[in-house]
Write a protein that binds this ligand. Structure first.
Ligand SMILES: Cc1cc2nc3c(=O)[nH]c(=O)nc-3n(C[C@H](O)[C@H](O)[C@H](O)COP(=O)(O)OP(=O)(O)OC[C@H]3O[C@@H](n4cnc5c(N)ncnc54)[C@H](O)[C@@H]3O)c2cc1C
Length: 745
């Protein structure tokens, strides 16, 4: 008998997406060294890491010899050295954000604690990598390279210590209890510093021998805060502290250490100068943290994406075998499909998959952007240094570049015939203009992917766990889904929890330069929609318009008591709008990646076979995801726009009539296919005149016609999204999988 799999049409999804597909979507098809890196990291993840998890190594808080065996596995596979510059023992030249993101993705496919163990070493070194002096880099970055055969030295393993015991530094990174004082300073000699720092939840602390610690001055001879490098063996007390009793990421080591050490002032990260007898660190701790986290947070976002995508195969395998019972025979729906005969389990898995794709697309796009930004940022630093510009003067100069960048965006947005091509070319050739353009987007993409991938990702991991029934909450669950669900919550927390990302977005998403580019993206979605309506690009473009309209509105509006709506302290307004933006950005990037796959995939003969089916399936997933994003944006926008008006006392004659009339009006002339003779919202004047509720409508229409129109249009844009979900669900019943996962359970 023909099996269900054999009934597949060539235009249907044939297999789960393999490396060839990912390389095209995530734009590293030409980077062979990264293909090798993926294979190496995967070997470690699905080998030693998976074996440790399966053997129950996560069941202890301590840093055990078993867990420690991962360190040489990272070293031998090239994972450790991937962070290092070639001159310091690495093998990848140039920026490495994308390479590190791939490593994190591969390791987290099996266990994100292992990924954290590897990445926390990079985080510990990152202050030195980003802001260290050449001497500091040469010593500590080179020292982190795995020792070569015959080389007799202790390899540096680093940790990063910012967070402190309650009630000190956490989300509020400025509230430092850690202190630095001058211990000894003889005339002309290098000052000796006394550093006191207690850490809380410090990763790698079970074995690290170097710590970069954030401290504040407790001495009038030292200005402000800084980061200092501490070494095991420095005179004083190096107490690793007790292991944290964490419920997550148990393959990494986390402790609450306490240090009281004497170190030379040359350990201040980035160096210092002496002004009027005061040590002035070149960088404050917050300047260093900012530049470090804006890169490493992207990687964390991708950890949760990997979990979601890793859940697809185990869930399909489980579903197909469940409820076969003893009587079904191969070829029968019960035998072949099991639980997949039920629509809901398929639809939920489609949602998980779509989220995983969108979050991976967003995370990898952010990582690529930082690779582009790194050299531009160096050029910017050099340019400012040559002009001897710092502080406000530097900002002033950069704001000129921002004006030029805006001009470039404007030129590019003009209709083809009316562009000043010469001027546009001149502006585009300026690396500083390119820097401010990319920087304004990176400042949004980084917090967006940390926030959405991990926060919404954790919610969706719960969905994945629920699809495995009771199995989901056992240690035996294939794919370790229960552990991954819990782990996702840590990813949403460390390196700044969701509130920190929302705070940052509430500022960066309102910059003129970002918004100018965002407007271009709306046009881009509308263009894609005309060729590929099935992606939901039109829906997304409209949802983006609605978000933009709402942002503009709240920036100028007040609540019922006259208080400003868009304000730093009003997180009830700023935070949901930040969340809404993330939904849009993730769905947009997923669409762009699918368009890329369709275009570039066709050039790759090895993809020829299944490409059509994969693109068709991904197109449906895009539609599902854009519909969900549109719903979120619509809900948040409506709550924000209307929710700060006070409802008048309920009155049958006004409110009720108003609502009834609205029912008729709201659909007319707005949603395709619905006819009627009543007025559309466009007929209602700015003051609400013309609306049936003349006494002053309970819902204030004044000035909101565009909003109402956009919302109604958005509803209409959802046409077909459930059909797309049905098709994607059907594909899940037919796609070929392996018989078992390629790592142990
Ligand atoms: C396993 C693990 C490993 C870690 N590794 C490291 C490490 O290696 N190095 C290191 O330095 N730290 C590390 N951390 C610490 C981690 O980065 C912090 O826990 C995290 O940044 C949050 O700080 P907190 O726990 O002090 O939360 P808090 O600062 O107490 O915040 C708690 C909650 O309050 C709310 N909140 C706080 N402030 C605001 C605000 N301004 N606006 C709105 N809401 C707000 C948010 O909901 C927030 O989640 C680790 C933590 C864990 C659990």
């Amino acid at each position: 008998m023909e099996t269900l799999l054999e009934k597949q049409s060539p235009s249907a999804l044939q297999t789960l997406p393999g490396d060839d597909i990912r390389q095209v979507m995530w734009r590293f098809a030409e980077k062979y060294e990264l293909h090798m890196l993926v294979q190496s990291a995967r070997g470690v993840a699905r080998g030693p890491v998976a074996r440790l998890v399966a053997a129950g190594a996560r069941n202890s808080h301590d840093w055990t010899p078993d867990k420690a065996s991962l360190l040489p596995a990272f070293d031998d596979s090239g994972i450790t050295a991937a962070f290092l510059e070639p001159e310091y023992g690495g093998y990848l030249a140039g920026p490495k954000n994308f390479a590190l993101a791939l490593i994190a993705f591969e390791l987290s496919w099996v266990d994100a604690g292992a990924a954290t163990c590897s990445l926390a070493g990079n985080l510990g070194l990152a202050p030195i990598h980003e802001r260290g002096t050449p001497e500091q880099r040469a010593k500590y970055i080179a020292g982190a390279a795995p020792a070569k055969a015959g080389e007799n030295r202790k390899q540096i393993r680093a940790a990063f210590a910012l967070t402190e015991p309650l009630p000190f530094a956490g989300v509020e990174t400025g509230m430092l209890a850690g202190k630095v004082r001058v211990a000894d300073w003889n005339n002309g000699d290098e000052p000796l510093l006394q550093v006191e720092k207690r850490g809380r939840f410090i990763t790698n602390m079970g074995f690290a021998n170097v710590v970069t610690a954030a401290v504040d001055s407790d001495d009038k001879r030292i200005k402000g805060s800084c980061m200092v490098i501490l070494e095991e063996g420095d005179p004083g007390s190096w107490d690793r502290g007790t292991p944290t009793k964490k419920l997550v990421h148990q393959l990494s080591s986390t402790n609450d250490p306490a240090f009281n050490l004497r170190v030379p002032a040359s350990r201040i990260v980035g160096g210092y100068s002496i002004k009027d007898g005061v040590i002035v660190p070149r960088y404050s701790h917050s300047e260093i943290i900012e530049t470090v986290f804006r890169r490493t947070r992207v990687t964390v976002g991708l950890m949760t994406s990997a979990k979601l995508l890793s859940a697809i195969e185990p869930v399909i395998l489980y579903q197909r075998r469940r409820f076969r019972g003893g009587e079904g025979a191969p070829g029968t729906p019960r035998y072949e499909l099991g639980l997949q005969q039920k629509e809901d389990v398929l639809h939920r898995l489609v949602d998980i998959w779509a989220t995983g794709e969108a979050s991976a697309s967003l995370g990898f796009a952010a990582a690529r952007l930082f690779d582009e930004l790194d050299p531009l940022e160096k050029q910017k630093d050099l340019w400012l240094a040559e002009k001897k510009l710092t502080g406000r003067a530097a900002l002033k100069e950069l704001s000129k570049k921002q004006a030029e960048a805006l001009e470039l965006v404007q030129q590019d947005s003009n209709p083809v015939g009316s562009r000043d091509l010469k001027r546009a070319e001149e502006l585009a050739a300026d690396p500083l203009v390119q820097f401010v353009l990319s920087d304004s987007v990176a400042n949004v993409l980084c917090p967006a992917c940390k926030l959405w991938n991990t926060g919404h990702g954790a919610n969706m991991m719960r969905e994945a766990v629920s699809l495995m029934g009771g199995y989901g909450v056992t240690e035996d669950c294939p794919g370790f889904l229960g552990q991954k669900w819990m782990d996702a919550q840590l990813e949403a927390t460390y390196e700044g929890p969701e509130a920190v990302q929302r705070l940052q977005l509430s500022i960066t998403m309102t910059t003129e330069l970002f918004l100018a580019q965002f407007k271009q993206w709306i046009a881009e979605m509308k263009r894609i929609a005309s060729d590929r309506p099935g992606t939901g690009a039109c829906t997304l473009g409209t949802a983006m318009q609605l978000w933009l309209w709402t942002l503009n509105h709240v920036q100028n509006a007040a609540d019922a008591d006259g208080a400003k709506l868009y304000h730093k302290a009003r997180q009830g307004v700023t935070f949901p709008l930040a969340d809404a933006l993330c939904w849009l950005l993730a769905a947009r990037q997923f669409i762009l990646d699918v368009v890329e796959l369709e275009g570039k995939g066709a050039e790759n003969p090895s993809l020829a076979d299944g490409l059509g089916g994969t693109v068709a399936f991904f197109t449906d997933l895009c539609h599902v995801q854009t519909a969900r994003a549109a719903g979120e944006v619509s809900r948040i926008a409506a709550e924000t726009v209307f929710g700060y008006n006070r409802h008048p006392a309920w009155d049958e004659s006004s409110c009720h009539a108003c609502y009834q009339a609205e029912e008729l009006e709201s659909l007319e002339g707005i949603i395709p296919g619905i006819d009627g003779s009543a007025r559309a919202y466009s007929d209602v004047s700015e003051t609400g005149e013309g609306h049936p509720c003349k006494a002053g409508p309970c819902v204030k229409f004044a000035g909101l016609e565009t909003f109402m129109r956009l919302r109604a249009k958005l509803d209409g844009c959802l046409t077909g999204c459930r059909l797309a979900k049905d098709r994607a669900a059907e594909a899940l019943t037919k796609v070929m999988t392996r018989e078992a996962l390629d790592y142990p359970a």
